[in-house]
Design a protein around this ligand. Structure first.
Ligand code: BGC
Length: 887
């Protein structure tokens, strides 16, 4: 077998539209071992039959199967394209042509229509939905060759053609720094048009006009909802028609009386307008719309990664709380939409409230939602059966309270649609430890819940903002679990756009805090450039480069990265970075009671990140061929390191700051003198021991805790930490019934009381950042700097008897890398590794020399390591020394 299984454009299997030529990649499978691609051939056509080629790579001698540029492809706006590829291997085989993948071209910046609004008077405090529609005809003498629609909105919109919803994407156009970047969505309507047509929109406030941020403000980007649309119809005779949004459209208020991201929806079925989005709708009460002078220059095509409905959850239990509330438990904390059926009389109502947790007594706990109502209310328009599912808000929850519902509440009438960006799944993990497996699931759901168009801190309270620090610490874990390439690239574009003039990076992206925080007790100190938060600007592009082997992200973000580094440099004092508000080791357990700020001094965390980011940036400059800058920033890195030594390393080689986090980041960022490493890592184990084997780290130290142990000879302690079941630990939360990751280690304290409700999310992915250690050390799957994107993978699992078996996959851009190991004897492990087609693996065993390794195919071992091509390999690893055997 030799075939292309999956073709991608700009790393997605669901491309939408491009204004610039996309890059092509594929995953191929081949039944031979040691198989490498030798040639490829890519074709792009305007027909699915590939009769009219518009781009042809010819047969190219190349191993490249990811990030292939289609240079010279000249895209004609608003057209349909199809791409296919075939490849050759070193076993003299050729694949058939792959299944084609379709994409659209964008508007190339040309918009003939304008933004139009139904809100012709001041409705800035109004949270209701509006309908907009346009009727148009197509002459029966004309045959449609293609019809492509581009559209966007101020607010959140749904669009319809002749009554059918266009696309299955939710919360369009997504959340961006709207005044600088706005995305439009494009769809192929070639088969959706007839002679009489209606194109219609339903728009509500969303992030654009609705209440956003924890200061309760609204209209952050504008005070009117609006839409823009451009339908381009190409006829076979060469003629073209455009249906554009302009003053000829009509509008009407919709039955959606209220819709807000945090608060939910009120839908009054009595106000429904039958057939409103079809030619049968009665338009006599409809009003004229108003054209807005809203800029179209900021509109860019959404290439991929829209928000969609994914898994469906059915009720796990329906019960009455001690306080008498009827509650449905869906068994999983998530971001989602509850769809319900109801049979009742006109005017009767359904009211549901969404929440995350029950309190210690088993009652509904709403306090940690702060001001977010998370409430959906539906009023029946007429007698009979109805179904409703919200679509202009989303909720973060596991439970709902059913406050009103006509008739009896039956499980079959309720279901939840999980809602998140189209990131797929690239990582799977299973082990002999069920609690660890559940932790993996919780990390995954923490990601899904918080990847609703932007990487958020939490999905439930009146926040849901793109906190840079949370995204930074979790980015690598997320990139093992899912395809984050398009998701983060979109957000990083906003990060660049929202940087301060000096290059400072706002704490949240899109930046909705700057200029609004003057009275905030904490944020009035500063709204940008906290270490570990702002460093998202550098660490995330670097992570994407390593995981996808794609240096386009480095060149796109280069100026942004450089600006942030220069900002830190300018605002450091003698290379110690501690600019204004530093969150430091946020919500660490060594914080003073009730405080969010961990005990590690912020000049240490600030300088550590300044050094780390500078080091990455020097490497990035080198990768991009900017040798002068690479040299300059390498020198700067060495100087910061020196400053760090002078400030924090004592003459005896130990650290002057006695916190776990100080030790962890000093080790992990390689900021301690070589000769002090042993002492400092030993000291870390002592700090852990002194704290009864428990961590007390926050956002900064936690992600690297296990690394700083295992990479310095303390693998046993790293496993103990990961597998610890007592409070505080990852598995303690699991044992307490968590289905996602909590914001605080002590979100629910051992005595059952909760952390103060003002800051107590049960769905915060930051501490889920231990996920990357599970992939990179337990499974041992690692990218290599000299061969990024897993063209060559470094496999080095830390096999340990605390787990009797482990099995996992990371699906790289080349295909699935599988690793499985199990204990097979007193001192023996069996390891299976599967390496995808067109890649190699550098497999390393325990550095300890006291092992013997047998491989099933007599592969040559060299110093406990070997390099292999694609294929499946098994090894038996035996520890000679009993002491080592338990490691
Ligand atoms: C968020 C955090 C965030 C922090 C920064 C909180 O409100 O929920 O996750 O990083 O503020 O201080």
């Amino acid at each position: 077998m030799f075939e292309i299984k999956e073709l991608t454009l700009d790393h997605t299997i669901h491309p939408m539209a491009f204004d610039t030529s996309p890059r092509v990649g594929w995953i191929a499978e081949c039944s031979h071992s040691n198989a490498i691609q030798t040639k490829y051939h890519i074709q792009i056509s305007v027909t699915e039959e590939f009769e009219d080629l518009v781009w042809d790579s010819g047969v190219v001698d190349s191993e490249q199967s990811a990030n292939i540029e289609t240079k010279g492809l000249n895209l004609i706006p608003s057209s349909r394209y199809f791409v296919r590829a075939k490849i050759w291997n070193n076993c003299q085989e050729i694949t058939p042509w792959s299944a084609p993948i379709a994409f659209l071209s964008g508007t190339n910046g040309n918009w003939h229509g304008s933004f139009i609004t139904a809100e012709t008077v001041d409705l800035s405090n109004d949270s209701s939905g509006y309908y907009l529609r346009k009727q148009f005809e197509i002459s029966e003498d004309l045959e449609i060759e293609s019809a492509v629609i581009h559209m966007s909105g101020c607010g959140v919109y749904k669009a319809f053609i002749n009554g059918d919803e266009i696309g299955d994407d939710e919360l369009k156009p997504g959340f961006t720094s709207y005044n600088k970047n706005m995305l439009y969505q494009s769809y192929d309507l070639t088969n959706a048009l007839s002679s009489d047509n209606v194109i219609a929109f339903h728009v509500a406030p969303g992030w654009y006009k609705g209440r956003l941020g924890f200061y309760g403000e609204r209209n952050l980007y504008g005070d009117k909802t609006a839409i823009i649309c451009e339908l381009v119809i190409q006829y076979t005779n060469g003629e073209q028609d455009r249906v554009i949004s302009d003053a000829s459209w009509l509008s009407h208020s919709s039955p959606l009386l209220f819709a807000e991201i945090y608060d939910g929806e009120i839908y009054d079925g009595r106000k429904e307008l039958e057939g409103w989005n079809t030619i049968h709708g009665d338009i006599k009460d409809w009003h004229a719309v108003e054209e807005l002078t809203h800029a179209v220059e900021t509109l860019a095509p959404q290439t991929s990664c829209t928000v969609r409905r994914h898994e469906i959850f059915q009720p796990k239990a329906i019960f009455t709380t001690p306080q008498g509330d009827i509650v449905i438990d869906f068994g999983q904390n998530l971001s989602g939409l509850v769809e319900f059926n109801i049979n009742g009389l006109a005017g009767e109502r359904v009211v549901i409230e969404h929440f995350e947790s029950l309190d210690a007594k088993g009652n509904v706990y709403l306090d940690n939602l702060r001001s977010a109502l998370q409430k959906v209310e539906y009023i029946l328009g007429n007698d009979g059966q109805h179904t409703y599912c919200p679509g202009f808000s989303f909720q973060g929850f596991r439970y709902i309270r059913v406050t009103e519902y006509p008739g009896s509440i039956e499980a079959e009438n309720f279901k939840v649609h999980a809602l998140y960006s189209d990131i797929g799944e690239t990582g799977t993990f299973k082990s002999s430890n069920e609690l660890l497996n559940k932790l993996h699931s919780n990390i995954t759901w923490g990601m899904r819940s918080n990847f609703v168009d932007i990487p958020t801190d939490c999905p439930q309270r009146d926040e849901r903002l793109g906190w840079t620090g949370d995204a930074q610490v979790f980015a690598k874990t997320a990139s093992y679990l899912s395809n984050t390439r398009g998701f983060f690239a979109k957000w990083l574009k906003d990060l660049s756009a929202d940087q301060t003039e000096e290059g400072g990076v706002p704490h949240v992206i899109p930046d909705v805090l700057t200029g609004r925080s003057d009275h905030d007790p904490i944020l009035s100190i500063g709204t940008h450039s906290s270490a570990a938060w702002g460093d998202a600007a550098i660490i995330i592009p670097w992570t994407l480069y390593m995981m996808y082997g794609d240096n386009a992200i480095l060149s796109h973000q280069y100026e942004s990265m450089k600006a942030y580094l220069d900002f830190m440099h300018t605002h450091s004092e003698e290379l110690i970075y501690n600019y204004k508000l530093q969150f430091g080791d946020w919500v660490a357990l060594d914080a003073e009671e009730g405080s969010y700020f961990g005990a590690t001094p912020t000049e240490l965390t600030g300088t550590a990140f300044f050094a780390y980011s500078t080091h990455l940036f020097a490497k990035i400059a080198h990768i991009l061929g900017l040798e002068q800058e690479a040299k300059e920033y390498s020198e700067l890195y060495e100087n910061i390191k020196q400053a760090y030594h002078s400030a924090f390393i004592k003459p005896d080689g130990s650290l002057s700051v006695e916190t776990q986090t100080a030790h962890i980041i000093s080790l992990h960022f390689d900021l301690v003198p070589e000769q002090s490493k042993r002492l400092i890592s030993y000291k870390l184990t002592q700090l852990l021991k002194d704290n009864a084997g428990a961590l007390n780290t926050g956002f900064v130290g936690t992600p690297y805790f296990c690394y700083s142990l295992s990479d310095n000879g303390y693998t046993e302690q790293a496993y103990d930490l990961l597998l610890r079941e007592e409070f505080p630990s990852w598995l303690d939360q699991v044992k307490q019934g968590a289905t996602t990751i909590w914001e605080h280690w002590d979100g629910i304290k051992p005595d059952g009381t909760m952390w103060s409700a003002d800051m107590n999310s049960f769905n915060h992915y930051a501490y889920g950042s231990v996920g990357e250690w599970i992939y990179s050390r337990v499974l041992g799957i690692n990218p290599i700097e000299s061969s990024p994107g897993f063209k060559c993978v470094h496999i080095k699992p830390l096999m340990n008897k605390k787990l009797s078996y482990v099995k996992g996959t990371f699906r790289s851009v080349y295909g699935a890398i599988n690793v499985e190991w199990r204990v097979v004897g007193e001192r023996k492990f069996e390891l299976m590794v599967q390496v995808p087609f067109n890649t190699r693996a550098f497999i390393e065993f325990d550095n300890n020399t006291n092992i013997t390794v047998h491989s099933d195919n007599n592969s040559l071992l060299n110093n406990n390591s070997l390099e292999v091509g694609s294929g499946r390999y098994t090894f038996t690893v035996e520890y000679v020394d009993e002491h080592v055997a338990v490691m």
